[in-house]
Design a protein around this ligand. Structure first.
Ligand code: FAD
Length: 485
């Protein structure tokens, strides 16, 4: 595995600088290597590769297991001999231990009075969401304007009235891995689960590997990356660019120059001012960066001496307040980590931002109040371990993953990945039209943009880069960009 200690680079000038060592940066580096370009350096603020793939040993001594703060699921695998999700292929290649997670068929329902079987409502919500997708699809085909999911539900005459209905819609929409918000666009169709449109399958495989999900990224990097091709522990704060080349400066005092720079920082990082571009990015790029939403998704982990909770894989809690500690998953379950005593609850969106303002003790107290409401007839003990990551306030992420809102259109998506001045390139999950938000989006964008960079390098300055739209004027549905892949 690659050393965490960076040797000094042989030269401060390289053909390509790759900023960020997450999935997109690693696969971009591999692609350059495959194209015969090894004069590149990855610059990463952390001390290891993998980006948002962050495992953590969780639990009291003697009862620790590896849990995932960030991505945990391979979303979509392969249907028959159709296209395979490249993340699934990496998992198979590096022998990652995964298990099928039955997110819809193994679920117990609760509300603020305890156990309450509202699985009929749950199943109706599943059907409603499928119907909304069809409505959105047919609007798209007729070039009708995009709208929020909430509006699409309204058009179908569906408006949740009870806390139980709200919780069921929350599970479909806010918690669903490809949506994350009631205000997400109705066109927000991630093609992952649609094999007919080039996607993979509707299967979600969960990593339970003790090496962490990140192992597949680090093991892949170890196959081609040389120690002198990575600089760890350097946070980029200035990117100066012109048609002649790029200069990158870090808070650690390093200055690096290159012919081309590939920026793989999250959309959340680009929306903030931690990294300054000199000159400022053109208006079309600034508009694209700020038109995509950076959603936050927070898993809160608890360990108990013994289990007292639901026997299913998942549980749904309906509070009078929508989004209050609603989605629970038992890791102390056959197939996951039996005997671990671990359960986690997920919050998203505004609730994530709210919990990040609280202390861990305050969040724990609120979570325990909900657990005790779910189990009014037993004495629920305090947890023996507790952990909550903070994604929105972390300057290396500024959120969890991107989400397509109704005012984000294909022109924005094109502009997000377009080249600036033939020198400044962009890739990451957010630049993926078809698989935004997911690891496969990051992988495919890293690959595709690095191929463009390689072609540019080989053309010795005659390439035009990835084109942009100067002014995004209308809301055209997906069209030409589906040929990116
Ligand atoms: C809580 C959560 C759950 C998720 N669940 C799933 C899931 O189950 N399945 C799935 O497919 N996807 C999931 N995702 C999304 C997935 O993690 C991302 O799509 C993917 O990791 C993005 O990779 P990337 O290379 O585009 O960006 P990143 O992984 O963010 O890589 C960018 C790198 O840039 C570095 N960086 C940032 N700023 C600077 C700077 N100024 N200087 C130097 N380095 C910097 C960062 O440290 C990072 O390593 C989840 C994400 C989160 C947070």
């Amino acid at each position: 595995m690659l050393s965490r200690i960076s040797p000094a680079p042989a030269s401060n000038h390289t053909t390509v600088l790759i900023l960020g060592g997450g999935m997109a940066g690693i696969i971009a580096a591999r692609t350059l290597h495959e194209q015969g370009i090894d004069d590149f350096i990855i610059v990463e603020a952390k001390v290891e590769l993998g980006g948002r793939m962050i495992p953590k040993p969780f639990g009291v001594p003697g009862r620790q297991v590896t849990v995932e703060m960030g991505p945990n699921w391979i979303q979509g695998t392969q249907q028959g001999d159709g296209p395979a999700n490249p993340i699934w292929e990496l998992a198979l290649k590096h022998n990652l231990t995964t298990v099928y997670n039955d997110l819809y068929g193994s679920i117990t329902t609760y509300d603020y009075n305890g156990y309450n079987n509202y699985t009929d409502t749950f199943n109706t919500a599943v059907d409603n969401f499928a119907a909304a997708t069809i409505v959105a699809g047919s609007r798209l085909q007729h070039n009708q304007v995009d709208m929020s999911l909430k509006s699409a539900y309204g058009i179908m005459g569906i408006s949740p009235k009870t806390p139980q209905e709200d919780a069921c819609d929350y599970y479909q929409i806010d918690w669903s891995p490809s949506q994350t918000s009631w205000i997400a666009s109705a066109w927000n169709n991630n093609f992952t689960y649609v094999p007919e449109a080039g996607g993979y399958s509707d299967e979600n495989m969960m990593s339970i590997d003790s090496r962490g999900f990140v192992y597949i990224a680090q093991a892949e990097a170890a196959e081609f990356l040389q120690p002198q091709q990575v600089i760890f522990n350097q946070t980029v704060n200035l990117i100066e660019y012109s048609e002649d080349g790029v200069t990158v400066k870090t808070t650690g005092g390093m200055t690096l120059t290159a012919d081309h720079v590939l920026v793989t920082f999250s959309a959340g990082v680009l929306q903030n001012t931690d990294v300054v571009f000199e000159p400022t990015l053109p208006d079309w790029k600034v508009e694209a960066v700020n038109s995509i939403e950076m959603a936050t998704y927070t898993k809160i982990f608890l360990q108990f001496n013994e289990t007292f909770w639901f026997p299913t894989e998942m549980a749904l809690y309906a509070d009078q307040q929508r989004g209050k500690y609603p989605v629970w998953q038992s890791l102390d379950h056959v197939g996951f980590f039996p005997g671990s005593g671990i359960v986690f609850v997920t919050v998203t969106g505004d609730w994530s931002l709210y919990v990040e303002q609280l202390t861990a003790e305050e969040v724990q107290a609120e979570v325990m109040e909900v657990l005790r409401a779910m189990y009014p007839n037993i004495t629920v003990p305090d947890p023996i371990d507790f952990h909550m990551p903070t994604w929105a306030s972390n300057m290396l992420y500024r959120g969890s993953y991107s989400n397509w809102g109704p005012s984000f259109v294909q022109g924005h998506s094109d502009n997000l990945r377009a080249t600036v001045d033939n020198r400044l390139w962009f890739a990451g999950e957010a630049t993926s039209l078809k698989y935004f938000g997911f690891l496969q989006g990051a992988y495919l964008e890293g690959q595709s943009v690095a191929q463009e960079i390689a072609a540019c390098v080989k053309s010795e300055g005659t390439c035009a880069g990835i084109p942009h739209v100067e002014i995004v004027t209308n809301a055209e549905p997906y069209s030409s960009s589906l040929t990116h892949y």
